[in-house]
Design a binder for this molecule. Structure first.
Ligand SMILES: [Zn+2]
Length: 465
């Protein structure tokens, strides 16, 4: 629904702040200052396509960016980084509040941030923010569906919603919806006077499933999320959130949760109860998005298969869920596998983070041959770095990966069927454009090994099995 035209007179004052990361407590990787892109002040607005100058949403309010820190999924956030940004956010909001009361806050979070020594980082942050801005401003958020809804977060947020697709093809659409609903509600009152709070409801379900079992490409998640459109169209219901929760953190708040808000308390409660009941009834139907097995078993299947390319995902080391991205179980086994060494089957490992090997490859140059030890330095648990003799096939330096290199593994000076991409930063080769930068195609190898929870759209299209 479009926001009604701006009436004459003052516009609502809305602040934007948040810290966005999904962080696993099961990886040795620790996320800190250098992992985040931090925007401050009015630069925060540049993050949102729907707040571009001249857009209806931009013109509908006075926007005040405070601080937004965003990172790729990673390990637990360093306590000092969180503390520093929290202080900046609180100080910035205090300055704004001193000038004039805020009408709203867009709390831009993922919802699965783990911070050293804390069990509920987002709950802590919103509670502290409420301490500064007060209870009256409307707070909206559009979370990742892998976020968690703690009691403290639910208490602090008035308008809650989350993505409805995994893979997350609706990230920006969700954020825009969260902001649009905030503006619609603020339009009901003169800026500076409190807008009526919606009724909201939440049911937390004792179900905790990984992303690999809850892709909306497959049932039952597809059908469960499809019900939201109908439920939120009911009179008195504005928006709904079905949070899968985050399985890779060991915290009490991690669970599935169904939330909704709107102007009719009974309708809101009913919608939440209806969806929560459906999720509960389907709880044993969730299955992995693909067959699972040990790497050896998967590789046996892939080699024997006639389907090319055959994709295998090392989902236990998925950087998209906070994994280290340098576990070498697959690479080590591939480098010993006779069919691969004899080049009877071609295999591409895309990718492993290893800044040191990337540096050596760039120094060696394309065509050069060099001995390297790949991976196993962030996650130092077995099997550790894999010693390889490689020929540098291509190098690249892209915003997505930092410096990167494509390496052909050699065996006694002969080319094997194995290539591995190494990157300076933890990366996911999710798009065909990323493969092309290194002279590759997504369908070029017989077997492609990635570290994903589920395949992203380009990958899904490329994989024959
Ligand atoms: Zn997610």
């Amino acid at each position: 629904m479009p926001v009604p035209p701006t009436p004459p007179g003052p516009r609502p004052r809305i602040a934007i702040a948040g810290i966005h990361i999904e962080s696993s407590t099961f990886t040795p990787y620790r996320s800190s200052f250098e992992d985040f892109e931090v925007r401050r002040g009015q630069d925060v607005l540049g993050r949102y396509p729907f707040l571009a100058p001249g857009s209806d949403l931009r013109e509908a309010a006075d926007w005040h960016g405070v601080l937004h820190a965003g990172a790729l999924p990673g390990g637990v956030v360093a306590a000092e980084a969180y503390a520093a940004w929290k202080t900046e956010i609180l100080d910035g909001l205090a300055v704004l509040v001193e000038q004039a009361p805020l009408d709203g806050l867009y709390f831009d979070i993922h919802g699965a941030m783990s911070v050293e020594g804390m069990d509920d980082a987002e709950g802590d942050l919103i509670t502290a923010i409420r301490g500064v801005i007060g209870e009256e401003p409307l707070v909206t958020t559009g979370m990742d569906l892998h976020g968690n809804m703690s009691d403290a977060l639910f208490a602090g947020v008035d308008l809650l919603t989350c993505y409805r697709h995994a893979p997350h093809i609706d990230t920006w659409e969700t954020r825009e919806r969260a902001v649009r609903h905030l503006l619609e509600r603020l339009r009901l009152v003169t800026p500076g006077t409190p807008a009526p709070k919606p009724s909201k409801a939440l049911i937390r379900l004792p179900i905790l499933l990984p992303g690999e079992m809850t892709s909306t490409r497959v049932e039952p998640a597809r059908a469960l999320y499809a019900r939201i459109a109908d439920l939120e169209n009911r009179a008195g219901v504005t928006d709904m959130a079905y949070l899968i929760g985050f399985a890779w953190a060991d915290q009490p708040r991690c669970s599935a949760a169904i939330g909704a808000y709107g102007d009719d308390a009974r309708a809101v409660e009913h919608a939440v109860l209806e969806l929560a009941t459906a999720v509960w009834q389907a709880r044993h139907e969730f299955e992995f998005v693909a067959p699972t097995g040990t790497f050896t078993a998967c590789l046996d299947t892939a080699i024997a298969s006639g389907e090319r390319p055959f994709w295998i995902s090392d989902s236990g080391d998925n950087p998209g869920a906070g994994g280290a991205d340098d576990v070498t179980v697959c690479l080590g086994e591939l480098a010993r596998r006779p069919e691969v060494l004899r080049a009877e089957v071609s295999v591409l490992v895309a990718s492993i983070v290893d800044p040191e090997t990337v540096r050596i490859a760039h120094e060696t140059g394309v065509g050069g041959i060099v001995d390297v030890r790949v991976g196993g330095t962030i996650d130092t648990r077995a099997p550790g770095p894999v010693p390889l003799t490689v020929r540098v096939e291509a190098t690249d330096d892209s915003p997505a990966t930092g410096p990167a290199a494509r390496l052909r593994v050699l065996d006694a000076d002969r080319s094997t069927g194995l290539e591995v991409i190494v990157t300076a930063r933890r990366s996911q080769f999710a798009t065909s454009a990323m493969f092309e930068r290194l002279g590759l195609s997504m369908t070029g190898a017989d077997i492609v090994v990635v570290k994903m929870g589920y395949l992203e759209p380009d990958q899904y299209d490329a994989a024959a099995d």
